[in-house]
Design a protein around this ligand. Structure first.
Ligand code: ZN
Length: 57
């Protein structure tokens, strides 16, 4: 199913058999989302902000 990216309004595609905890990405801006909840054909996304880059500071 297609969901809307909260960051850019682009399309985030989640598989129909998506599972809680799975990671999906926005096709436009590349933001990662974690699937927070799946219920009755509806998927709730949460921005995956726990992916931390190490910038070597
Ligand atoms: Zn996006």
């Amino acid at each position: 199913m297609d969901l809307e990216c909260t960051m850019c309004g682009g399309k985030v595609v989640a598989p129909d058999d998506a599972l809680k905890g799975e990671i999906v990405s926005c096709g436009d801006c590349g933001l990662d989302y974690e699937i927070q909840e799946v219920s009755a054909g509806t998927v709730i996304l949460k921005a995956a902000e726990n992916v931390k880059e190490d910038w070597g500071e």
